[in-house]
Design a protein around this ligand. Structure first.
Ligand SMILES: C[S@@+](CC[C@H](N)C(=O)[O-])C[C@H]1O[C@@H](n2cnc3c(N)ncnc32)[C@H](O)[C@@H]1O
Ligand code: SF4
Length: 377
């Protein structure tokens, strides 16, 4: 039997102070406070409904994402993590990340998050220019971001990520690069650098602001790559850059087609069953009020991945990685044989999109990822 992949846990916290106009995540503006006790109870019950399928395995990473997890108190995280540890073993070097918003930052609370066991933070800075933050509808300003970072470091959070976006409304090349320089100068261990995308069902979709021209976007991207590299940040995925050895273990597990349980409103999971080798995806009830009610089950749906789905599902993840993966990982993670995708690999290699001896995109393959993936779909 093939070894099971590493196991992660994603925990979704679906509330924000206010909804940003570009955001299509399952996040809802708060009316009143977070129903924290009830939500932690529900998360634990949700976890209990899944724990049998992963019996005997240990957790390598936990990621609290949102929404704005930093709206939950350290006491809430402490209770959740202590209860969780009674249910599943944590690996000795477990990575526990929390997404935080500089606008919800409070010094003492973050010290207590550290005490509760959170050992990595992902700070949603987005830009260091106040006028851009305003255009994005953010609740924080640049000064709050600088203060939060200085203070986090002082409290022992030496492993942290800065989320930045580029291609912002009215952004010039200089604006985009200046944000990046400021982020690099703060010496985080990781920078996630996303180009703003206009998603359906967002305010920006119906009222799209004026965005930079393609030439400007391309220059920001190209010059940004150089800046990041010169600053010691190696790109290892489409939008992820890290200092040596500080790649996000949690995301890396997704991209290497590892397993993860997803709990919380709208969370997704992917699990390999020990006995059958079957791989399935599942997703949870999306609306927080439904998730918290007793009328609906936590799981809203699930789907077993067939031999038709697995090659593209696997490739969509691993080909995001600059270094790709060893060819042997395909069989290890999918239970299929590499010969099942040999003809597609040959075609991709011939087109100059895939390296010959690894499942790794070439530079051309990275630039035209959709064309590369099409070959496996
Ligand atoms: C799930 S969000 C949560 C982080 C946190 N709520 C925040 O906004 O600070 C994770 C990251 O995705 C990025 N993001 C969200 N919407 C995006 C969009 N439409 N285009 C590009 N990046 C986006 C932002 O950088 C954001 O920090
Ligand atoms: S704070 Fe983050 S999750 Fe919340 S609405 Fe804004 S981008 Fe979305």
């Amino acid at each position: 039997m093939l070894p099971l992949p590493p196991l992660s846990l994603y925990v979704h916290i679906p509330w924000c102070v206010k909804k940003c106009p570009y955001c299509d995540f399952n996040s809802h503006a708060l009316s009143g406070g977070i129903p924290e006790e009830a939500y932690v109870d529900a998360l634990l019950e949700d976890f209990d409904s899944e724990v049998n399928t992963v019996q005997g395995r240990e957790l390598h990473t936990i990621f609290f994402g949102g929404g704005t997890p930093s709206l939950m108190s350290a006491k809430g995280f402490d209770r959740f993590l202590s209860e969780l540890q009674k249910r599943i073993r944590f690996s000795s070097d477990i990575e526990i990340t929390m997404e935080a918003n500089p606008g919800t930052y409070e010094h003492d609370r973050f010290r207590d998050y550290r005490k509760a066991g959170i050992n990595r933070l992902s700070l949603g800075v987005q830009s260091f220019q106040d006028e851009k933050l305003k255009a994005l509808g953010r609740i924080h300003n640049s000064e709050e971001a600088f203060k939060a970072i200085e203070s986090l470091r002082g409290m022992g959070f030496d492993n942290f990520n800065i989320d930045l976006m580029h291609g912002l409304p009215g952004q010039s090349i200089q604006d985009g690069l200046s944000d990046l320089k400021k982020a690099i100068a703060l010496q985080p261990t990781h920078i996630s650098w996303y180009q703003l995308t206009i998603e359906p069902n967002t305010v920006f979709y119906s009222k799209t602001p004026i965005l930079p021209e393609d030439d400007t976007l391309w220059s920001i991207q190209e010059e940004g790559w150089d800046l990041l590299e010169a600053g010691g940040f190696k790109q290892y995925e489409i939008s992820a850059y890290s200092s040596p050895g500080k790649q996000a273990k949690h995301n890396l597990n997704y991209w290497k087609f590892g397993d993860y349980i997803g709990i919380g409103a709208g969370a997704h999971g992917k699990i390999t069953e020990r006995e059958t080798g079957r791989i399935y995806r599942n997703w949870k009830t999306r609306m927080p009020s439904d998730y918290l009610s007793n009328d609906k089950p936590y799981e809203a749906g699930s789907r077993v991945l067939s031999g038709n789905d697995l090659p593209i599902e696997f490739m969509m993840n691993v080909l995001r990685l600059n270094d790709g993966v060893e060819r042997s990982l395909f069989a290890e993670r999918t239970g299929m044989a590499i010969s099942d995708i040999e003809s597609q690999c040959k075609e991709a290699i011939q087109k100059g999109l895939l390296e010959p001896d690894r499942l790794q995109p070439t530079k051309q393959g990275r630039l035209f990822l959709n064309n590369l993936l099409e070959i496996f779909s």
